[in-house]
Design a protein around this ligand. Structure first.
Ligand code: PGA
Length: 526
């Protein structure tokens, strides 16, 4: 039996027909007896009835239908894609992966990777539509050769599925299928695999990793935006809060949300209502230009919310965006910039060190340019203490907080690329990974990147994208891979909250089994 196709909105991208059980075309010509025998129906029905009787099922009809559904083979029957829009209004790929039993939907943001990344997105050859970002070509590819390659495969075999997708794209930088298209298909297959096993998605991912899943990550919640993610003059991209001192994930989100709203009031009082507009990750974007001004606002909000000491700070400098040659232009967005205020890599080390001595900063992401291995190494090797010496001694004596040096997170430096991660581990140019699955291309490779980082005893921050979709997959990935940290933007805006809210559901499901990473945010092993 075939399901008639609805015409696609994209010419030449009709969703493939559902694959049919071999020989079904001839079913109409069979006698009733032949049909029953071919499908072993009497035996299968008898088995299902016997099982219901043995189980003394309260609702035998429901029991028998579930029993028979489980007996149907686990098989992908077609893969259909469409173009949707992400949180910035740019095109993204959404996939419906059909199995014998259900349809599983996933979408992926584009890699948005810096120049030199190992993977790329496919965008249309025909450049006029959607500012040259349309993904109709990807949709055609998925509906064509990707679907053909995956039909008949078991969705539980994630590694084989991902290999089949990778085999279709031997091009340098994956420009044939594109990492955006690959990831959407790979995630949809992962969801289908979990459904087939009848386990939650995080559990299926944990099985793929080979660990148990009970750890909820610490959220790195964006509260202030700058850099290329906002129109203000703040050079760095994000100031984040980490509710490390929360007792569970739910309380972490409560602390994050309260602080976010107090921050809004403080910004309103100080700069006026029009300064409460938000940037791409949902953080406020008041027109400040100095990092300390932003950190002071956040400290005041934490204080007003009553969470002193329980919330730590992190920044994502995204310094690649303000690197000019070998120098750093902290005025890169200012209309009045003098051009005289460029900083050297050593100046930046001074600036970050000063910030760490004055604020409870526990993590700095991408402090230098993506290719500035020299200063990344110099800075990481400093192993800066994140608290002033007086507090350090207090923590040491009280044992209240794990004492650790500053976490240096590689985003553009690593691009989630195994070769760059390897080099960074060998040269000690950072000690944590920003994992952006869309920079890798498949679930299997994302899991490999996590393993690589964990083997080096690094922290792992699973990250959303600034132009993201409403898919919550990374929440399950963070739990399944026991990442310990997740960065999904502010506690507002649908594409951010879909991840945080999924983590609230997972924690509820865990009940007393759930463990909030808390103080162990950098070292979760399970
Ligand atoms: P990007 O940034 O998606 O613009 O690369 C996301 C982030 O680093 O938070």
């Amino acid at each position: 039996v075939t399901i008639p196709n609805k015409p696609s909105r994209i010419a030449g991208a009709e969703c493939p027909e559902r694959s049919v059980v071999s020989g079904a075309d001839h079913a109409a010509a069979m006698s009733v007896q032949e049909y029953l025998e071919k499908h072993l129906l009497p035996r299968k029905i008898e088995e299902a009835v016997n099982a219901a009787v043995r189980a003394k099922a309260a609702d035998p009809v429901l029991f028998i239908s579930t029993h028979m559904r489980r007996a149907a083979p686990a098989v992908i029957t077609r893969v259909c894609a469409r173009q949707i829009l992400d949180s910035r209004g740019a095109p993204a790929v959404e996939v419906d992966l059909h199995t014998n039993k259900a349809v599983h939907r996933a979408s992926a943001a584009g890699p948005g990777a810096p120049e030199g990344a190992a993977v790329d997105a496919t965008r249309d050859v025909e450049k006029r539509r959607l500012l040259a970002k349309a993904v109709a070509d990807s949709v055609r590819l998925i509906n064509g050769k990707v679907s053909e390659a995956l039909v008949g495969m078991d969705p539980q075999q994630q590694a084989q599925i991902d290999q089949a997708i990778m085999d279709l794209d031997k091009a340098h930088h994956r420009t044939e299928v594109g990492a955006n298209a690959m990831l959407a298909v790979s995630i949809a297959a992962c969801k289908a695999g979990a459904a087939e096993k009848e386990v939650p998605l995080y559990k299926h991912i944990a099985d793929l990793v080979g660990k148990s899943a009970t750890t909820l990550p610490v959220p790195a919640i964006t509260v202030i935006n700058g850099g290329t993610h906002a129109g203000n003059n703040l050079p760095i991209q994000e100031i984040m809060i980490l509710p490390i001192g929360a007792k569970n994930f739910e309380e972490a989100m409560q602390m994050g949300s309260e602080t976010y709203h107090h921050l809004k009031d403080i910004i309103w009082e100080k700069y006026g209502s029009d300064s409460c507009n938000i940037g791409d990750d949902g953080g406020f974007a008041p027109n400040i230009s100095s990092i300390t001004e932003g950190l002071d606002l956040v400290i005041a909000a934490i204080d007003r919310a009553g969470y002193n000491g329980r919330i730590k700070l992190a920044i994502d400098a995204a310094a690649t965006d303000f690197c000019v040659g070998k120098k750093y232009d902290l005025e890169f967005k200012s209309a009045k910039k003098s051009g005289q205020n460029f900083k050297t890599g050593d100046d930046m080390i001074e600036i970050y060190s000063q910030l760490c001595s004055e604020y409870p900063l526990v993590s700095i992401e991408q402090p230098f340019d993506k290719d500035d291995w020299e200063h990344s190494k110099k800075f990481t090797t400093l192993e800066l203490c994140q608290v002033p010496i007086v507090l350090f001694i207090f923590y040491l004596l009280s044992g209240a907080h794990a004492i650790m040096h500053l976490q240096v997170v590689g985003d553009d430096l690593l691009m989630s690329d195994p070769e760059r991660i390897k080099r960074a581990v060998n040269e000690y140019t950072c000690d944590a990974l920003t994992l952006k699955a869309s920079q890798v291309g498949t679930v299997t490779e994302a899991i490999e990147a996590v393993k690589q980082a964990k083997d080096a005893h690094w922290g792992v921050m699973v990250s959303h994208r600034s132009g993201d979709t409403d898919d919550s997959f990374i929440a399950d990935l963070a739990v399944g891979a026991a990442a310990g940290q997740i960065k999904a933007g502010a506690p507002c805006r649908g594409e951010c909250l879909t991840k945080y809210n999924q983590l609230l559901r997972i924690e509820e499901e865990f009940g007393s089994e759930g463990v909030y990473a808390g103080e162990n945010w950098r070292t979760t092993a399970s």
